[in-house]
Design a protein around this ligand. Structure first.
Ligand SMILES: NC(=O)c1ccc[n+]([C@@H]2O[C@H](COP(=O)([O-])OP(=O)(O)OC[C@H]3O[C@@H](n4cnc5c(N)ncnc54)[C@H](O)[C@@H]3O)[C@@H](O)[C@H]2O)c1
Ligand SMILES: [Zn+2]
Length: 450
């Protein structure tokens, strides 16, 4: 039975609750933590038409006077221009240092709005209302905010903790299947690094396989978006991430464990091009590849990567990709290496629940990259399902730009982030057409792409 209480992120005087309540209760949740007055809702032009009214009505009925800002959708709009535009809007609205910024959307929106909150008038109170699975299980917890620059992703930003994370699992009803699956990649990552407090000494954290086993037993319900299964999934991920962040807020040590799957995943994303693969898919295959590397280095049993791959397949996620050139992947890792001098810090799962950090050279990643092709066949199930959901009813409807078994598309130019796509054209970085949702939830909602 899933608990209904809040999860606490323990950071001394920056501690805050993660509340699990329906989207229409945001006003009350916020009023429980902050005296009602003016606040500014920041969302985007996809989420706004779905939830903007519900959120504003809820705020008004709890005594708030909400202002409302819609940003343009898409990672391509996670730019310094959007950020400066938002700061100017906040100043035009005459916010003061007590005016909460309430971000409602996926990780792109919450990262931009969080950064604007962190920096406007040296810091405004920030409330995070994540509406994608990825944002609920990952981006909303931990206080990282920021935007992309022409030099790379998230290079301009700040640590700025929210005073509230309001997780509304009901808001996921309108999320497309590919975006939902993308979040599941991060869910499995959390399960692989789950620790629990040692009952005989709560200051010690010991490996736990509980959540991983629960996912194995409930994969079907999760794929079917069963609400109870989803609530448990999101809550456990928030608890796992909150525990890690509470132990290492600024990523000077343990927090780097959350990069599990990301060293290989980022290299794959860079080589395939950000239009060829969703982030969660790259993380899924990266998690298997990094575990495979641990096996080759003699610190992990060979059954572990297969067990992770098997769970990913059940969740319709890819575990590898054909057509990747190892040389290209190593070069992509060298780009990362520049920032860390000689070595890359990579996560090394020793078993489920026991993940450690190891410094290696990009060349030492080669066996992990090579394993991606070996694991490629297993990606078919996810893609077949995706193809059959194209144009389908309910939450279905895949975009283009999904990974496929063929050779990956050409990489984009090095400074892809610099160029913003027009609002109604395809997303420049992801190659996805802009999402348009025709009806808000509650009715016969359908999502079309393009
Ligand atoms: N701050 C952190 O710690 C952290 C961690 C992980 C990722 N991130 C960042 O998060 C971003 C990715 O986040 P994302 O995957 O949520 O992408 P996103 O914000 O682009 O959302 C994906 C798509 O879903 C739409 N959408 C959002 N909620 C919806 C809903 N309920 N119904 C229908 N459509 C909805 C969005 O408008 C968008 O088109 C990246 O920029 C990444 O850098 C940040
Ligand atoms: Zn990630």
């Amino acid at each position: 039975m899933t608990s209904t209480g809040a999860v606490q992120v323990d950071l001394g005087d920056r501690s805050y609750p993660i509340e699990f309540r329906p989207i229409k209760e945001i006003g009350a949740t916020l009023a429980g933590l902050h005296k009602p007055g003016k606040c500014v809702v920041v969302t985007n032009d996809v989420v706004g038409p779905l939830y903007g009214q519900i959120v504003q009505d809820s705020l008004r009925s709890a005594g708030w006077a909400p202002e409302y800002i819609e940003l343009e959708d898409g990672e391509a709009k996670k730019t310094t221009d959007t950020y400066i535009g938002l700061v100017n809007r906040l100043l035009e609205l005459q916010v003061d240092r007590k005016t909460p910024v309430v971000a409602v959307g996926g990780g792109v929106t919450t990262d931009i709005a969080g950064f604007a909150a962190a920096t406007t008038m040296r810091g405004l109170p920030f409330a995070n209302v994540p509406t994608t699975l990825l944002a609920q299980v990952d981006a909303s917890v931990g206080g990282k905010t920021g935007v992309n620059t022409s030099h790379g992703k998230n290079l301009l930003g700040a640590f700025w903790q929210p005073f509230l994370v309001h997780v509304a699992v009901d808001a996921l009803d309108t999320l497309s299947d590919p975006e939902y699956r993308c979040g599941l990649g991060e869910v499995v990552k959390h399960a692989v690094l789950e620790e629990k407090q040692d009952p005989s000494d709560p200051s010690k954290w010991v490996p736990s396989t509980e959540f991983f086993e629960w996912l194995e037993a409930n994969a079907e319900a999760i794929v079917a978006r069963d609400q109870e299964a989803l609530k448990h999934t999101v809550r456990r991920c928030c608890e796992i991430k909150a525990a890690v962040v509470s132990q290492d807020e600024r990523e000077s040590g343990k927090r780097a464990l959350l990069n599990l799957g990301h060293t290989v995943g980022h290299a794959v994303e860079a080589v395939v091009g950000y239009g060829g693969l969703r982030h969660g898919e790259a993380v899924a295959m990266g998690t298997v590849a990094e575990t495979h590397l641990a096996v080759l280095r003699g610190c992990c049993d060979a059954s572990v990567p297969e067990r992770i791959a098997s769970l990913l397949r059940k969740l319709q996620l890819p575990t590898g990709l054909e057509g990747l050139k190892t040389d290209d992947l190593v070069k992509a890792s060298f780009m990362d290496k520049k920032r860390e001098q000689a070595h890359i810090t990579v996560t090394m799962p020793h078993s489920i629940g026991d993940v450690r950090l190891v410094k290696i050279t990009p060349e030492e990643l080669i066996p992990a990259f090579e394993s991606l092709t070996t694991n490629a066949g297993s990606a078919d199930a996810a893609r077949e399902e995706d193809a059959s959901s194209k144009g389908g009813a309910g939450n279905g409807g895949a975009s283009n730009g999904e990974a496929n078994g063929a050779a990956p598309p050409s990489p984009p130019s090095a400074n892809s982030f610099a160029s913003g796509a027009h609002q109604n054209s395809e997303n420049f970085m992801t190659g996805r057409p802009t999402t348009r949702v025709h009806q808000p939830p509650g009715g016969a909602s359908s999502i079309i792409f393009g």
